[in-house]
Design a protein around this ligand. Structure first.
Ligand code: B1M
Length: 808
């Protein structure tokens, strides 16, 4: 199946996918806890029965049973060495089971968080997926279904693996929670725009919700979709009944509810958890006479980060591309970059985003540094700390490629000129990763003088970009403003160019604002006046410092004046922002921000995950005589608790949670020596401490450990994610007087009971003290443990128990 034929097929009619596979295999005898891939190899007839049932239910396309077929998942069963072979055989079994149907290789998460949000290096992830993809290709799949992804970066890694090894169709689906984002906070439109630019053939959602909730996401995606949309919902929202997950929708109800998905724009439909061949048969009856909406993208010109997106178009608000992350002429930033530091980069990013920069230009061109390595590290850092989309700015093809490859979104690329290297080397790289383009009308001979000559060069670049599939909507033309102190016609030429591009070609235009006034007094006035004149001729983007006096005010006023803010909502909101806002508006000149006390700064550092700010703030507070214990109880714990609340309210997502946790950890590490009063007492009672299996929260447990040590307990800290077996073995080995267990999640609390039961069954009588945010007295009682609300309570409970023991 070629990609072209796949698209032609989808244009003709709705395509029916399959339903749940795992539960159907269980019905046919697959036991719990086994490696499904290995079990299917031993029971190919069970898989054939499932796939044939789906084929008989009207499915055009079935997934090979390779959901856990990546090396990291297979490693859980020590089968990673056989990745290629397992995938090959499973693809072949599927092909034989359903001749005449399409078979797509199923690719799913590795279970680890990928760089830049997590520890799994991006290139390693691509390589891991390539092992799986090679096996699937050898097994003869017709295409790939990358599914159940929660992290856009992991989905990108899988898609890059597919695209670098094959030209078969690839559909990608992410799992969006009922709030409309993935667990890691990815916005559906961001994911669609990023992945369709990277070469996905269809995009959509699977799992987590039923058809009705999923239809909302499909509707939101439709205006931005240049590719067909996929919906593979659950049989309704899952409920827990007597410990088992139950789905609401019976086959007919599922099929009827799925019609909303077609109305919203889905072209490929199937089922996920809770669905069966009966659901798919009912779906077939319901949809076989219906036609999908045509695939027609209304909104182009979108740049993204994982959690946000921004459309650049003449009818959209004016876009400021923040210019400050560029070492040219900035001594302090140059020194930092040479020292391999990013503090100023982070500060510039935060400030410009707060001042409404739509994108951040990122340039690390500086002699004496490895620009590519710096760009890679800088992009990762910027993605971790914020959500403003990036504009990659480098003259080196290898630096551009490193940045676009790692960036988990769709970037803007600054810039493609008619110079040979840019057209022959950089443009193909931009097209591979799907970046939006800034086009620069200059050639190897230099900058043409007249507007007419520049327009001619621009036409040539547009034609070249079209060969790679670019349309003008995915480009912005740079007006190449030169300084008027050297050339009196410079402004006029650029203004004519802007007018031609925006009025005749309907093209976005952009210019670097500060050049125009170079060498003149009162530069801010010249810049601002030029901005007004250029906006009047159609300019809709500028590379500028959004904190420069008057820029944001002018841009917002121009949106109001030109009808791009139809209800004047943004204009009024901008001028109504109170001084107390976290993003104070900048009028002329910027007022000094209200001074924050070191206590407020510490809270802010945890709330916003500003790890780099923590050491200096703590130094100030300690030097001022603040008690370390009060800093922990009065500032750090309330701040991280507020982070948790924001996470629960879906104002924060996993990346922010991780940044805040890192800031909190660093603060705790710095305070620990000061919090430790006496140190461990080699002769004290042994207190064995662990966070239970499946749970990696350890900040609270570490505080408990610290306080116990201060009270002369001999603490043996087994760490986090510790299996019951390990805890009980250690309790026996060290003859522990107490076992202390921490669990922060409702899903991991049952592990506490597992530990208590195992300890008792092995004759361990030491009291088990339990704690953690969701644990309470009643739960502790119910599992035969003792509850401690916090670290001090732990010390008190243990001391009371010791004293009671002595009395006896
Ligand atoms: Co996560 N997390 N987290 N998280 N996280 C919670 C716990 C959560 C409540 C946030 C929320 O939704 N509001 C939620 C759990 C929901 C639930 O089950 N009810 C949650 C979730 C869902 C998750 C993930 C699943 C997110 C995801 O991936 N989508 C994921 C799970 C990973 C896993 O464990 N498998 C995850 C990941 C993380 C980070 C890695 C990013 C990070 C942990 C970093 C680390 O610990 N090294 C993190 C953090 C920081 C939190 C919150 C925001 C803060 C936890 C904390 O450190 N609190 C948390 C929200 C919250 O608790 N309000 C949240 C400060 C600490 C001092 O308090 O740990 O309660 P605490 O300890 C206290 C007392 O409870 C007691 O004493 C301590 C000191 O006073 N205590 C004991 C603790 N253990 C004790 C043991 C004792 C006695 C007392 O016996 C000896």
């Amino acid at each position: 199946m070629t990609r072209t034929r796949f698209h032609a097929l989808i244009e003709q009619r709705l395509i029916q996918l399959d339903g749940a596979t795992g539960t159907e295999l269980v019905k046919r005898g697959m036991p719990a806890g086994v490696c499904p891939e290995a079990w299917v190899l031993e029971h190919p007839e069970a898989l054939a029965a499932v796939q044939q049932a789906y084929a008989a239910s009207g499915s055009d396309l079935v997934y090979a049973p390779t959901f856990g077929g990546n090396p990291l998942k297979l490693a859980e069963f020590h089968l990673e060495q056989q990745t290629g072979e397992i995938n090959r055989q499973l693809a072949e079994i599927s092909r034989r089971a359903v001749p005449g149907k399409l078979v797509f290789g199923d690719i799913a998460p590795t279970g680890q968080l990928v760089e830049p949000f997590g520890p799994l290096p991006f290139e390693k992830t691509v390589e891991l997926y390539k092992e799986q993809v090679r096996g699937l290709i050898d097994g003869g799949v017709d295409g790939f279904a990358i599914e159940t992804m929660m992290d856009l970066q992991e989905a990108r890694a899988a898609l890059i693996a597919v695209r670098e090894l094959s030209d078969l169709p690839a559909i990608v689906t992410l799992t969006f929670e009922p709030g409309g984002r993935t667990l890691t906070g990815v916005h559906p439109v961001s994911a669609l725009v990023t992945l369709q630019a990277l070469g996905a053939d269809a995009f959509g959602c699977n799992c987590s919700t039923g058809p009705a909730e999923m239809a909302e996401v499909i509707r939101e995606l439709k205006p931005y979709a240049a590719i067909p949309l996929v919906a593979k919902p659950n049989a309704g929202m899952p409920h827990l009944v007597d410990g088992t997950t139950v789905f609401d929708l019976a086959p007919d109800a599922f099929a009827k509810a799925s019609v909303a998905l077609i109305d919203a724009g889905a072209n490929l439909l199937g089922g996920c958890c809770g669905t069966s061949p009966a659901h798919l048969a009912a779906l077939h009856n319901e949809i076989s006479s219906r036609r999908p909406l045509p695939v027609r993208q209304e909104k182009r010109g979108v740049v993204t980060s994982p959690s946000s997106f921004r459309r650049l178009a003449l009818e959209e608000p004016f876009a400021i591309i923040g210019e400050r992350i560029n070492p040219t002429g900035k001594k302090a930033l140059q020194a930092e970059l040479r020292a391999g530091k990013f503090e100023l980069v982070r500060e510039f990013a935060r400030e410009q985003s707060a001042q409404r920069a739509a994108l951040l230009d990122v340039n690390f061109g500086l002699s004496g540094i490895d620009e590519t390595a710096m760009m890679r590290a800088g992009v990762a850092e910027l993605v971790r700390i914020g959500s403003t989309p990036l504009c990659i700015d480098s003259t080196r093809p290898e630096t551009v490629e490193a940045a676009l490859r790692l960036y988990p979104g769709r970037a803007l690329l600054n810039s493609i000129s008619a110079e040979e290297e840019r057209l022959n080397k950089v443009l193909p790289i931009a097209a591979k990763y799907g970046a939006m383009l800034i086009l620069l009308p200059l050639t190897d001979d230099g900058i043409p003088e007249s507007a007419a000559e520049r327009i001619e060069v621009l036409d040539r670049i547009l034609a070249e970009a079209a060969r790679y599939g670019y349309t003008p909507a995915d480009c912005a033309a740079d007006a190449l403003i030169m300084t008027i102190s050297a050339d009196r016609q410079a402004a006029a030429v650029s203004l004519d160019f802007i007018e031609h591009c925006s009025r005749q070609l309907k093209l976005n235009t952009v210019c670097g604002l500060s050049n125009v006034s170079f060498g003149l007094p009162a530069r801010a006035t010249v810049n601002l006046t030029f901005l007004g004149m250029a906006i009047g001729r159609g300019l809709n983007c500028a590379i500028a410092n959004p904190s420069a006096p008057g820029i944001v005010d002018a841009v917002i006023a121009s949106d109001a004046l030109s009808g791009r803010d139809p209800q004047l909502d943004r204009y009024l909101a901008h001028h109504a922002v109170a001084a107390s806002s976290e993003t104070p508006r900048q009028t002329t000149p910027a007022p000094a921000p209200a001074a924050q006390s070191p206590e407020e700064l510490l809270r802010d550092a945890v709330l916003r995950g500003k790890k780099e700010a923590v050491p200096a703030i703590l130094d100030t507070l300690i030097a001022a005589g603040k008690a370390p214990g009060e800093l922990v109880d009065g500032i750090l714990i309330p701040a991280i608790t507020e982070v948790g609340n924001r996470f629960e309210r879906k104002e924060y997502f996993l990346p922010q949670l991780m940044q805040s946790a890192a800031a909190m950890q660093l603060a705790m590490e710095q305070l620990e020596p000061l919090l430790r009063s006496g140190g461990a007492n080699a002769a004290g009672p042994v207190f064995l401490l662990a966070t239970v299996k499946g749970d990696i929260h350890d900040i609270g447990k570490n505080i408990v450990a610290l306080l116990l040590k201060n009270h002369h307990f001999q603490v043996i800290d087994l760490g986090k994610d510790v299996p019951a077996e390990t805890i009980v073995n250690a309790a026996i080995e060290h003859d522990a007087a107490f076992i202390g267990l921490s669990a922060l999640m409702t899903t991991t609390m049952p592990q506490m009971k597992v530990v208590v039961d195992l300890a008792r069954s092995r004759g361990v009588t030491a009291p088990v003290i339990v704690g953690g945010a969701a644990v309470d007295e009643a739960f502790a009682d119910s599992i035969g443990a003792i509850y401690a609300a916090d670290a001090m309570a732990t010390v008190r409970r243990a001391t009371e128990l010791l004293q009671a023991g002595e009395k006896r």
